[in-house]
Structure formats: structure tokens, C-alpha cells
Ligand binder design. Structure first.
Ligand SMILES: NC(=O)c1ccc[n+]([C@@H]2O[C@H](COP(=O)([O-])OP(=O)(O)OC[C@H]3O[C@@H](n4cnc5c(N)ncnc54)[C@H](O)[C@@H]3O)[C@@H](O)[C@H]2O)c1
Length: 260
């Protein structure tokens, strides 16, 4: 794909996006491909992964699918191995996959669900970073990792303790990784989406019986939900060489929700 975007472009780079079948992951995979990256579309959902991969190829981008449950260490290790086998290297990763929380107060917590949310929304980020960074170190090249947190990484919300804990942890691991690997030229940052119009958010609305008009004014200064593409722009910039002096940062893309 032609890349005339200078430092913001991703031409020649290889990127993994986890949870790339839907929502923000899909928008991110598509944008990285449009910016010139060769993209590994990673998801647990085969149908969704094919939809994203087909969309990228229709736009003349380069993408391959690797099916993977990011909560399983052997599968994450294999994800990075397959990436290198297919595209020869790894330069960027957006660790984005998520399972939705079950919206119960702490006294009603289902501990099996708590463990699952921690496993997919937090432990997976550790697993992905572990194997992504190993590969970047082996290449002796610079690299960029973007972990997808949430406004819940910095502001709790009721009835979501597992998700809030996981997302707070994502920032802690991001900042730790940034300190450990800056000397090796590997940058580790986070994006913190606000209310973004994805299948996850639509599912939450359906469960609650509320609409965008009920919620959006309280969740965004713009009075609307964000678009997945608006978060993808932040991740693409952090992946690119344009962000070469940025690490350990949490970039909120939340329509001003966190501003008080
Ligand atoms: N949508 C929002 O309003 C919002 C707000 C804040 C943060 N976020 C964060 O943004 C990221 C993307 O959210 P989204 O709304 O696009 O989610 P989504 O539910 O729309 O899509 C999540 C994707 O992850 C995949 N996935 C689920 N479990 C997986 C696993 N074990 N292994 C691999 N893939 C798996 C799903 O198949 C799906 O394609 C998440 O980290 C989420 O916490 C979303």
C-alpha cells in the first residue's frame, strides 16, 4: 500500500492487533493497514477476524489472521511466533481484546466471572507484552506497544469492580514496561477510550435498557459516543515514529469526560 505520510506512516512495519475482529480492534487494524503496516488480525472469533481481514484486503492493505485466545499463554506465544513466520518481524502491537464485565456490585460478585475478566482484560496484556517484547528484543530494533485501557483505568464506576481493577492494572503494567524497555528503544503506552460506539457498548446499552441519548451527555462533552476510528487514530500515532519520544503515557480519547 502506498504510504506518503512521513513519520505518521507505518510503511514497512509489522503490527499485531488483538481483539481485531470487532469494534475498536477492527477499526485499529484497518487504520494501521491503511497507514502501510502489515497487520496480524488476532481474535478468538474466527468469523469476526475474517470480516476485518477481508475489509483490509478490499482496501488493498496487507493482513493475515491468527486465531488466538489471548488469555492462554501458549496461544499468545504461538501468536508472536506465527507473526514472525508470516511477516518476518514485529514492530508494533495494540493489545485491545476484552470480555465485557457482568455489572454486579461487589457483594454480589460472581468470582468465576471476576477471574475471567482479570484473565482476558489484564493478564492477557501481560502475556502479550511478554512475548511481543521478547521478539522486539531479539530483533534488536525499536518497537511500540499500545495497551488499551479505559477511562475506568483512572476513574472507577460502580458495579464493575473486576473491569475497573483490570483497567487500573493495565496502566500499571504499561508504565512498568515503559521503564524497563525504554533503554532498548521499545515504547509502551496506553490509550484510554471513553464511551465508544462498539458492539461492547451496544451490548451494555441493551442490557440496561438505556439509549445513547440517555447516556452520551454525561459521558462526553460532545454529547455523543466516540467512533472506533477516533481511538484508532490515537493508537496508530503511538505506534508510529511520530511518537518516538512518548512512552509510559496514557492518552485519553474520551470526549473530555475526565476533565473536571
Ligand atoms: N467500547 C467502549 O466504550 C470502551 C470504553 C473504554 C475502553 N474500551 C476498551 O477498548 C477495547 C476494545 O473494546 P470494544 O468496545 O471494541 O470491544 P468489543 O467487545 O466490541 O470487541 C472485543 C473483541 O475482542 C475479542 N476477544 C474477546 N475475548 C478474546 C480473547 N480471549 N482472545 C482474543 N480476542 C478476544 C472479541 O471477539 C471482539 O472481537 C477493550 O480493551 C475495552 O476495554 C472500550
Amino acid at each position: 500500500m502506498q504510504d506518503d505520510m512521513g513519520l505518521v506512516g507505518l510503511s514497512g512495519k509489522v503490527a499485531i492487533v488483538t481483539g481485531a475482529g470487532m469494534g475498536m480492534g477492527s477499526a485499529t487494524a484497518r487504520l494501521l493497514a491503511r497507514r502501510g503496516a502489515s497487520v496480524i488480525v488476532c481474535d478468538i472469533n474466527e468469523v469476526a477476524a475474517h470480516a476485518t481481514c477481508d475489509a483490509i484486503r478490499t482496501e488493498t492493505g496487507v493482513a493475515e489472521i491468527v486465531l488466538c485466545d489471548v488469555a492462554q499463554e501458549d496461544q499468545v506465544e504461538a501468536l508472536v511466533e506465527r507473526t514472525v513466520k508470516i511477516f518476518g518481524r514485529l514492530d508494533c502491537a495494540v493489545n485491545n481484546a476484552v470480555v465485557s464485565p457482568d455489572n454486579r456490585p461487589i457483594a454480589e460478585a460472581d468470582m468465576a466471572m471476576f477471574d475471567k475478566v482479570l484473565s482476558v482484560d489484564l493478564r492477557s496484556v501481560m502475556l502479550c507484552m511478554k512475548y511481543e517484547i521478547r521478539q522486539m528484543l531479539a530483533q534488536q530494533s525499536s518497537g511500540s506497544i499500545v495497551n488499551v485501557g479505559s477511562v475506568s483505568s483512572v476513574r472507577p464506576q460502580p458495579n464493575n469492580a473486576a473491569y475497573v481493577a483490570a483497567k487500573h492494572g493495565v496502566i500499571g503494567m504499561t508504565r512498568t514496561g515503559s521503564l524497563e524497555y525504554a533503554p532498548k528503544g521499545i515504547r509502551v503506552n496506553a490509550v484510554l477510550p471513553g464511551a465508544i460506539d462498539t458492539p461492547m457498548l451496544r451490548g451494555a446499552l441493551e442490557t440496561s435498557g438505556f439509549t445513547e441519548a440517555d447516556f452520551a451527555p454525561a459521558l462526553s462533552r460532545f454529547g455523543r459516543f466516540g467512533r472506533p476510528e477516533e481511538v484508532a487514530e490515537a493508537s496508530a500515532w503511538l505506534c508510529s515514529d511520530a511518537a518516538s519520544y512518548v512512552t509510559g503515557h496514557s492518552l485519553a480519547v474520551e470526549g473530555g469526560y475526565l476533565t473536571r
